[in-house]
Design a protein around this ligand. Structure first.
Ligand SMILES: [Zn+2]
Length: 113
């Protein structure tokens, strides 16, 4: 398998997963799965590049892409109230309150029972 194919496959499955989540999952579920999904995508991308091992440039590119994904995972906060993806234009500082409904975006990763 070519790296390009693996890259597209990972992106496509991520897009499909996000699409399904957007349609079916509650804002709270989306918020909980957002970070793990991004991290899995980043790791899958780097793993694919290393396994396929086409060229150093491609591995370098995949590491760069993975870092961008990780940055997204850290700086985008999904509102547990309305499901809006909140991010500042320049990545940092990470938003603390939802742009739409003003709900607090803190407590990332905490589960409430
Ligand atoms: Zn909101």
């Amino acid at each position: 398998m070519k790296f390009g194919t693996a890259f597209l496959a990972i992106w496509a499955s991520l897009a499909i997963a996000s699409g399904l989540m957007y349609v079916f999952a509650s804002p709270k579920t989306r918020r909980e799965f957002w970070m793990p999904m991004q991290i899995i995508a980043a790791l899958a991308l780097v793993t694919a590049a290393i396994l396929i091992n086409e060229s150093t440039a491609l591995i370098g590119f995949s590491v760069f892409a993975a870092l961008v994904i990780m940055l997204n995972a850290v700086t985008i906060r999904i509102c547990a109230q309305c499901g809006l993806s909140n991010r500042n234009t320049f990545f940092f500082p990470v938003p603390k309150f939802c742009n739409r409904c003003g709900h607090s975006l803190e407590q990332a990763g905490k589960t409430h029972s």
